[in-house]
Every structure is written in structure tokens, then in C-alpha cells.
Design a protein around this ligand. Structure first.
Ligand code: AMP
Length: 175
């Protein structure tokens, strides 16, 4: 692990039993509020994708938006929000994923980008991988190509990568 990665970990706070008992929530707000830590995070998350022809960065609601937007700016790409159902005003495509009890779904505008577009998917945390898997399906339904997936944090013990076979995944820090 590099010194920069250690710095980043020191700005991520563990919050036990949030939002419910047994979950250790990774709070990234101290990192986002630290000018140097934030800049370093965005530069390092974007770095593997510089010059790779990415023209859209898709961020997953809501902390994914805070990372996807500056990464898109850094890559000279546009940004597309992947939202919880019912939030987008025009025609959407959707994809569902399992929760502990039942299902939920995410949506993006059906015309969010042109077919064949190279898309980088961004979120804050890779946990079980269900959300990112649904987001990849959604990008596929719109006709995009997922060129990579960038996470700030990977919870390796949950094996989320298993749900994302064949995807090029970069995470900045792992636990
Ligand atoms: P999953 O679909 O299980 O990979 O969960 C990923 C989504 O849930 C991401 O959008 C995260 O924001 C959120 N998430 C899951 N686990 C955590 C955690 N321990 N701390 C913070 N966010 C989490």
C-alpha cells in the first residue's frame, strides 16, 4: 500500500451500526471535506482511465455523484446520473437488484448517451456488488460499453468482484 492510500484511509471514518446494527458504515465526508485528500482521491481514481477514450462517467446516487462529477471533468468526459427509481423526468431504462429484503431498482435516461459510448462507472463503495452489477446492466440497456468501474473503497471480504466478472475494476483502498 502506498503512502497516499494510507493518507486516504486516515480520512475515512468507520461508523458502527449505521444505518442498522451490524453494518460498519464507511463515512467519506471527512475525506471529501479535506482539500488535499479530495484532490488526491479524484486524481488517483481518474488516472487509470486517462487517454482511454471514455466519453461518459456514470455516477450512482448519491455519493457516487460527488466522485463521478470531478472525475468526468478530469477526463474531459460528460457525467450521467444513475438514480433511484422515480427521480428522472424523462423516459428511462431500469435495472433491479436485491436488497436484504426484496428488491430495488435504479434508472437512467434512455437517451443518456449514444449507443457504443465508452462509459466509466463510479461509486463510493463496492460491497456485495449488487448495485454495480445492476448499473452495468443499465448501461448495456442504453447501448453503452462499460470500459471500467472505479470505486473509492472496496470491502474485499464481501467478494463483490464475483458479481462483476470480466469488468476492469479499480478501487483506491480496500478493507
Ligand atoms: P452493494 O450493492 O452491496 O455493493 O452496495 C453498494 C452501495 O451501498 C454503494 O452505493 C454504497 O454507497 C453503499 N454501501 C454498502 N455498504 C456500505 C458501507 N459499509 N459503507 C458505506 N456505504 C455502503
Amino acid at each position: 500500500m502506498t503512502a497516499a492510500q494510507l493518507d486516504i484511509k486516515s480520512l475515512i471514518t468507520d461508523v458502527p451500526d449505521f444505518p442498522k446494527k451490524g453494518i460498519i458504515f464507511k463515512d467519506i465526508t471527512p475525506l471529501l471535506a479535506n482539500a488535499e485528500g479530495f484532490a488526491k482521491t479524484i486524481d488517483m481514481m481518474a488516472e487509470p482511465y486517462v487517454g482511454k477514450g471514455i466519453s461518459i462517467v456514470a455516477g450512482i446516487e448519491s455519493r457516487g455523484f460527488l466522485l463521478a462529477t470531478p472525475i468526468a471533468y478530469r477526463l474531459g468526459a460528460g457525467v450521467v446520473p444513475i438514480r433511484k427509481k422515480g427521480k428522472l423526468p424523462r423516459k428511462t431504462h431500469s435495472a433491479s437488484y436485491s436488497l436484504e429484503y426484496g428488491q430495488d431498482s435504479i434508472e437512467a435516461h434512455a437517451d443518456a448517451f449514444a449507443p457504443g459510448t465508452k462509459v466509466l462507472l463510479v461509486d463510493d463503495v463496492l460491497a456485495t456488488g449488487g448495485t454495480a452489477k445492476a448499473a452495468c446492466e443499465l448501461i448495456g440497456k442504453i447501448g453503452g460499453e462499460v470500459s471500467g468501474i472505479a470505486f473509492l473503497i472496496e470491502l474485499g471480504f464481501l467478494d463483490g468482484r464475483k458479481k462483476l466478472p470480466g469488468q476492469k475494476i479499480h478501487s483506491l483502498v480496500s478493507y
